[in-house]
Ligand binder design. Structure first.
Ligand code: ADP
Ligand code: ZN
Length: 436
């Protein structure tokens, strides 16, 4: 059955009704947390706030923030808001930026999370006629289990491949006619590359769309993947702390992700002052989970930097949209005093016709920061003439300087010498941290 929305009433609800729904849920949730999470109650008391002060969304700003450090300190049970007997699942972060945190789910929490993923699959045209190949990792990482549940809810024939074993991914994709692929964008690029090497053209597969997330990726990377696989590539966003993928999802417009606001209230704050910023301004994304029972984080600082927009969307959804987060506040490198995001480097590389296989190494020599970018030469234009390589590297370094404001050292290396990623790609090695 072809449907445009998974839960139409919610996805197209008027702003006024959504605010009312959020307010009712917030009031209830704050009481639930006050009664059941002594740690957060302590934070509220320290700020002089009680549940009686919270009448709706407009009072949200009165509540204290939670940070990843709070979660790490309270590991494992400190933020659990229900009896452990009511929980049916634990998931954990990938540990990209430090000690892992664990999150708990009741059956109701799993259900709502899977609904969010089902909305994402439906929004890109997924139906019960699709074959959905899930090549996100399964296990503690939320990617596989989340999309798996969503795919079941939509009624797709689900291929729970997990990540890795790329030859088998390709075999099943071709033999079983997968129509939707879900994985990290870096793994999608790798699958595309492997398909080409196995002699397949983009039109040889039956894929029509892909749902890619869990790490930052640029518009250039999107086009690269779309061309390699002959599909439309859509973004999906989430974090373990708020359940997993599906907190926000892209629709056919491909211009930002709709946030599932009936479950998550989003705010944008100034990361330095904590002050709430007006709509349209760039800042740190903060979520309040208003329906989760077991692990209901309030005003959780994601450290992801983005912008919210309530502009009308052609898909008919009224859910607020967030721009692609171009990295976390702590992904940002400060090199010789200049802010550098890995995504800026990716943009330049792909614009200049290189593959998305690169690694950034930051170090310090003679009290000065060094920035080295290792990039693979294209298999087509691969050259072993030193003069050519030097001239290409020089051109790339000049484009990088225009984008970044500082000069990196570019190293062009032979094709297939930089490790491919089957999950979240490791793009940056900051050796300065090792010296400190
Ligand atoms: P970890 O924080 O250890 O990586 P998670 O697996 O929970 O743990 O990852 C969540 C984080 O992944 C988000 O906070 C965000 O930084 C990143 N992320 C998830 N989806 C996207 C996306 N579509 N675009 C950019 N970053 C994303
Ligand atoms: Zn839309």
């Amino acid at each position: 059955m072809n449907r445009r929305y998974y839960q139409k009433e919610i996805e197209t609800m008027s702003r006024a009704d959504m605010k009312k729904l959020q307010s009712e849920r917030l009031v209830k949730q704050v009481k639930h947390v006050w009664d059941n999470v002594p740690y957060y109650r302590g934070l509220m008391e320290a700020k002089g706030v009680t549940p009686d002060d919270i009448h709706g969304v407009d009072d949200l700003h009165k509540l204290p923030f939670l940070t990843k450090d709070d979660l790490r300190d309270q590991y494992p049970y400190g933020l659990l808001a229900t009896d452990l007997n009511n929980c049916v699942r634990i998931q954990s972060t990938s540990g990209t930026t430090g000690r892992r945190v664990v999150a708990f789910y009741t059956q109701g929490d799993v259900d709502l999370w899977e609904d969010c993923c089902a909305r994402a699959i439906t929004a890109i045209g997924g139906t019960d006629e699709d074959v959905c190949q899930i090549a996100y990792g399964y296990g503690l990482f939320t990617g596989g289990p989340g999309l798996n549940g969503g795919s079941h809810k939509v009624g797709c024939l689900t291929l729970p491949m997990s990540s890795g074993n790329t030859d088998r991914q390709i075999q099943f994709m071709m033999d079983l006619g997968a129509t939707i692929l879900c994985c990290t964008p870096s793994y999608a690029a790798f699958i595309g590359e492997s398909l080409r090497e196995a002699g397949y053209k983009p039109e040889d597969n039956k894929l029509k769309a892909g749902i890619f997330g869990a790490e930052p990726w640029t518009e250039e990377m999107r086009r690269d993947i779309e061309n390699a696989l002959g599909i439309k590539a859509y973004d999906i966003y989430g974090l373990t702390e708020t359940s997993g993928p599906g907190v926000a999802f892209e629709c056919e417009e491909q211009s930002g992700m709709h946030i599932n606001e009936d479950h998550f209230i989003a705010e944008i704050i100034d990361p330095d002052t904590g002050e709430v910023l007006p709509e349209g301004e760039k800042g740190e994304l903060v979520f309040t989970a208003i329906t989760k029972e077991a692990f209901p984080l309030i005003r959780y600082r994601t450290r992801d930097i983005t912008v919210l927009s309530r502009e009308e969307c052609s898909c008919g959804r009224t859910l607020v949209k967030m721009k692609k987060p171009m990295g976390r506040s702590d992904d940002m490198l400060i090199v010789r005093g200049v802010n550098v995001f890995p995504s800026q480097i990716e943009t330049v590389l792909l614009k200049e016709g290189y593959t998305p296989n690169y690694q950034i190494v930051v170090d310090r020599a003679n009290n000065t920061d060094t920035l080295d970018i290792y990039v693979e030469m294209n298999p087509e234009s691969f050259s072993d003439v030193v003069k050519d390589i030097e001239s290409d590297a020089g051109k790339l370094a000049a484009s990088m300087k225009t984008m970044l404001g500082i000069s990196p050292k570019v190293h062009l290396v032979a094709p297939k010498t930089i490790a491919r990623s089957e999950g979240k790609a490791v793009r940056v090695i900051d050796k300065r941290k090792l010296h400190d």
